[in-house]
Design a protein around this ligand. Structure first.
Ligand SMILES: Nc1ncnc2c1ncn2[C@@H]1O[C@H](COP(=O)(O)OP(=O)(O)OP(=O)(O)O)[C@@H](O)[C@H]1O
Length: 288
């Protein structure tokens, strides 16, 4: 399969934080969600991919090319939505498009006009007069109007209303339908990822804890509810767990063995992305 994006053993060190030897990859035609608690390293990872930061070690390839040596060729093919506004606030939206378009050989003014209409943005408005959500919408229009092969978005849905969020997710799915475009996006809104992500990469404290297809993740893990006694006895089988006066609950990968051993004494549930994120982030501070 064609790898659109490959990170191998990438490390970036700040004074108080280390993005530690992370690896994951994304194939052509798929959507990957990047999730993790605040400060886990999602934005740092995205900035490294975009070569806005330099790595300490490791390799980042986009479209099979080195992300820093071939930066210009790569960026022409990426639609990037940053978590903050990057365009000059005082300019009209149409003027911004006019300034940015020449940087992309594949810029499609017709498509820009269509998206502006669809997203109900007035080309004659100046950027500073837009609300936070409208600015994000404009950033998305700019990212999509040059028909990118890879869309990278850092928290694109956070300031958007639920209706537009749903429309955006549907649009992303339509865009990747022909199999030529891939999407990497970070989000705290895990229900958005559950709707459209083919792959999920979980980050925690600067590490990639899990990166797999959404289907595999949801099939391979179970939330196990049982008595405190069972949970404590089987503690090694849990990624992490918590107990209270009513019993215990934990996230378990090898849940079949528990099911066989305690068929009538435990309850198994498929976890949500949020459940998995919670238990992954709590795995070093078990409460029992
Ligand atoms: N320029 C910088 N100098 C020093 N430390 C930094 C810098 N930028 C980010 N960090 C630190 O790197 C860590 C990871 O930050 P990052 O923004 O990548 O996390 P995140 O997962 O995107 O978080 P959030 O979900 O809150 O957006 C944090 O501890 C942050 O303080």
């Amino acid at each position: 399969m064609d790898k659109i994006l490959e990170l191998e053993n990438v490390t970036k060190e700040y004074k108080n934080f280390k993005l530690d030897n992370i690896s994951f990859s994304l194939e052509k035609g798929y959507i990957m969600g990047l999730v993790g608690p605040n400060g886990s390293g999602k934005t740092t990872t995205i900035k490294l991919i975009m070569n806005l930061l330099s790595k300490n070690s490791g390799e980042i390839k986009v479209f099979g090319l080195d992300n820093s040596l071939d930066e210009k060729a790569i960026k022409e093919r990426i639609g990037f939505v940053y978590d903050d506004n990057i365009y000059p606030l005082g300019l009209k939206l149409s003027k911004i498009a006019l300034l940015i378009a020449p940087f992309y050989k594949t810029w499609n003014q017709e498509l820009f006009n269509q998206y502006m209409k669809k997203f109900q943005l007035d080309p004659q408005s100046s950027l500073e007069k837009l609300s936070k959500g409208m600015k994000t919408k404009f950033a998305i229009v700019m990212a999509l109007s040059h028909k990118p092969d890879l869309i990278i978005m850092d928290e694109p849905t956070s300031g958007l209303d639920p209706i537009f969020r749903r429309e955006l997710l549907e649009m992303l799915q339509e865009i990747i339908e022909d199999g030529n475009c891939s999407v990497l996006f970070s989000s705290h809104i895990t229900s958005d990822l559950e709707k459209i992500a083919d792959y999920i990469t979980f980050m925690d404290k600067g590490r990639v804890v899990l990166s797999d297809t959404y289907v595999n993740i949801v099939e391979n893990y179970r939330l196990v509810k049982a008595s405190e006694e069972i949970i404590k006895k089987e503690r090694n089988k849990f990624l992490s767990y918590r107990c209270n006066s009513f019993g215990g609950e934990g996230l378990c990968k090898n849940w079949h063995s528990l099911q066989n051993e305690y068929p009538d004494k435990i309850v198994l549930e498929k976890p949500t992305i949020e459940d998995i994120m919670y238990y992954i982030s709590k795995r070093e501070e078990v409460e029992c």
